[in-house]
Write a new protein. Sequence first.
Lengths: 444, 216
Amino acid sequence: MTTLPTDATARTYEGPQELAPRKGAGAAELMREVGSVLRMSEAEVAAMADADPSEDQTMILNMGPQHPSTHGVLRLMLELEGETVLRSKPVIGYLHTGMEKTGETLTYLQGPTNVTRMDYASPLFNELVFSLATETLLGIDEDIPARAQWIRMLLCELNRMSSHLLFLATNGLDLGAVSMMLFGWREREETLRLLEMITGLRMNHNYIRPGGVAADLPDGWRDGVLRVLDLCAPRLDEYDELLTGQPIYRARLQGVGVITADEAMALGATGPILRSTGVPWDLRKDMPYLFYDQVEFAAVVGSYGDAFDRYAIRLNEVRESMAIVRQVLDALPPGDYRIQDRKVTPPPRARIDESMEALIHHFKIFTEGFKVPEGEVYCAVESPRGELGCYMVSDGSAVPYRMHIRGPSFVNVQALPHMLRGGLIADAVAVISSVDPIMGEVDR
Amino acid sequence: MSDTEATSGFEQESVAGETESAATSEPETRFGQPVTYSPGRSGRGSGKDVLSGRGSGKDVRSGRGNGKRVQQVLHPSRDELVDLVRTLRDNEGFRVCVDVTAVDYLVYEAPRDLPPGVEPERFEVVVGLLSHETRERLRLRVQVPAGDPTCPSLFDVHPGTEAPEREVYDMYGIEFTGHPDLTRILMPEDWDGFPLRKDHPVGAIPVQFKGVQNAR
């Protein structure tokens, strides 16, 4: 084990997790950061390391974990030469709460309350992927009522809107466009109000559950959705006027944090980062789940792989989400909002007074939970940040034997050193913001 | 690639059904590796089946009846892993490594779902691969013994496995040989033990804080 310094100033010391000084790391660190991704030979990396200034001309700067624009508790260690970033390394784990371990003690019905707290900006996607994995293991994934599936789509797209609006707000704030922060927050609040009306909570909804959704849509939901759609459409055009065409904003974002398609795929980056490089990969289109193959929408693709493309992709994905929501409004069928399988779905409250079986099922489901056949499964959905996956192993009991969430932010964050290299420290904030990491999901 | 064509798509799905019934026949292989199938969404046209497959009268309770949406799993050994992943990347289009994780099967109650010839071990490293061209997923399950918890690193093939492999090391103590920077990633540097191991207790551990001079 590493010996840690004991003085008070070193309480955040993370040993070898931190960025090593150049004389200790040298070409090896550079190879890890750049060489492997670009498929450079060790000789090329060594030449690159020689071209970099020596240690007495650089300084290592700690950015975060308490920094307003690192979006939570992301800590970046940057090696600077003047204002230019050379090496950098994200140090994460400050929000780690052991949610995968916790998930091994919660039943499949309690599971969504746990996973929904991971990516707190788009909680419904976590619940969705957890439910899909559970249903696949149960073998009931084809029997989920159509209405439940469409409601899930409706809620997820509303959630994607609120998540991207949050991105637009914070991206504006990070770059000094404070008015955008207020506007983005205002519109996000409208969608959150709608989600609160439908699910009962603004965040951490626990609404999508194995077997369907928690409750049917409430009275007046359609008017609420239409109101938000009508409200957001002109305001997105306002954002376009405010930011997209604005010279200062463009100058801050264009050509900043560039990544190519090959690099993005080598690093496992997904979502808007991958699409900004021109790869039209969207799980909703390419490996459709729910009823995404029955709605018309476009996968928004960039071409330069820079921070501006990632901004533009998210802005236009809000529009695509609104188009999907409108189609869901037309297509939503009547029917059940959850599967009528008494082993999985709790019986309605009223039945408990009349039926012994209902009482037993109610008791069983809420005390020991329902048993899931043994097996292992990986399910993935397209969250606002990329591929959100759930790997679940069951041993036939009522709790998952292993529940692993593949968080898109966790993988995307490791693309940061690559995007930051050679840029200015002032642009670092823009790059972090354009990756849009949610630390709850990075650290889980 | 020719055997990929032959066993992909709908044909391969019927193969999955047959193996189910005739379990005594010799083990199926793909890319020279034993292959098993899990329930769930494979790639191609999976969404379409959501409607058409409904009410087909299959035994959905078994979790295996939905033959059209199986997930393919390969079972390479530790020594074969890196070469296999490299071949899959260069020749078969599996250019993205989506995920690396692990499972500790220490207290697993049910029989292990492994093809004949694969010896069950305590740990299992699970690698998720994705092909954009064929829209297919492939999962590799590598057995890692408790006595020698090491596994070759995929960093040279897919640099994106750097953080996930560190997480597996952090949580399970499985060392990835050839990893350039194998340190803890989520837990504090001075943490004792590996939290996601099944013998790491929940709730019974002393709260570990660092740098506390006079702990109360």
